[in-house]
Design a protein around this ligand. Sequence first.
Ligand code: NAP
Ligand code: COA
Length: 278
Amino acid sequence: MTEYAEASLAPPPEAAFDFRGRTVFVAGGSSGINLSIAEAFARRGARVGIASRSPERVAAAVVRLRSHGGRAEGWSADVRDAESIGAALAAAHEAFGPIDVLVSGAAGNFVAPALGMSSKGFRTVVDIDLVGTFNVLRGAHEFLRRPGASIINISAPQAANPTPYQAHVCAAKAGVDMLTRVLAMEWGTDGVRVNSIVPGPIGDTEGVRRLAPGPEALAAMAASIPLGRFGRTEDVALMALMLSSPWSSFVTGAVIPVDGGSSLAGGRDLSSALKPAA
Ligand code: NAP
Ligand code: COA
């Protein structure tokens, strides 16, 4: 992206969304929404690094990313382990140079009442979503382009809507959005912007498969979305491009829903996704 003079604050889209020569790193980028975000940048010329636990998923995603003609690399890493994700970030920096766009999207979820989850079950989700996001951002800071980097945390509606059977996710993602705001303040003077995207229900994703198993639950979920359809992974990717373009150069600390209006209706009834007690 070229630097634009104050007089031309609205560069044409083809320039604003040209990521050739830029480096993007997506934590949790081997599937679903996060992979779609990685692909959106790859299509527009970025060098893309991804990391997640499964080496097989990472390898398959890298093949897909390279099919867009640019450079892509992947590393097997667990965001719960600061050393593991730190090594992946260092390797991406070594391979591609300063990170222009950092996406933290690794997450875990299951549907269970608070009394149906152990302390370890609660902690597992908090460790992946919240501590993992801290590890990704903290570990990346030394490798970010400063000034200029855009950090995007992938949050969830549960961060703001108290949702029964999602105590772990609600607590973890609320923490993620607060990290977004705090680090936007701490790192603003470095020229680093930090924002959250809050996807609504996105079709054909693991997240929705877990929350709405079966056709009836899916139909009820779709009916509750004001725009009348599930989101597409590309809908979320477009916002990630926007938040990394000069069109968002004064946007930081924002928590932005990309949800077809679904958050307007508040929390969800997930009782149909509860596994019967053993
Ligand atoms: P997904 O396909 O399961 O994506 C999760 C990714 O995170 C996978 O690539 C997974 O790969 C990786 N991951 C999980 N645990 C990890 C760990 N400990 N360390 C490193 N990587 C890890 O799910 P999705 O539905 O697309 O969700 C993506 C993001 O969007 C999540 O942050 C989710 O909370 C958010 N979101 C989704 C929806 C939705 O409708 N789907 C709605 C709101 C928010 P490995 O298994 O290889 O580690
Ligand atoms: N109900 C209650 N507790 C559950 C559970 C459920 N449905 N599923 C898992 N847990 C508990 C386990 O019982 C375990 O606690 P315990 O040892 O005290 O019994 C704890 O959670 C950790 O489970 P484990 O399978 O060892 O964790 P993991 O680190 O291998 O996997 C998960 C993490 C559980 C979040 C797994 O579902 C995962 O890897 N998810 C990633 C993909 C995903 O969730 N995508 C959607 C993103 S929105």
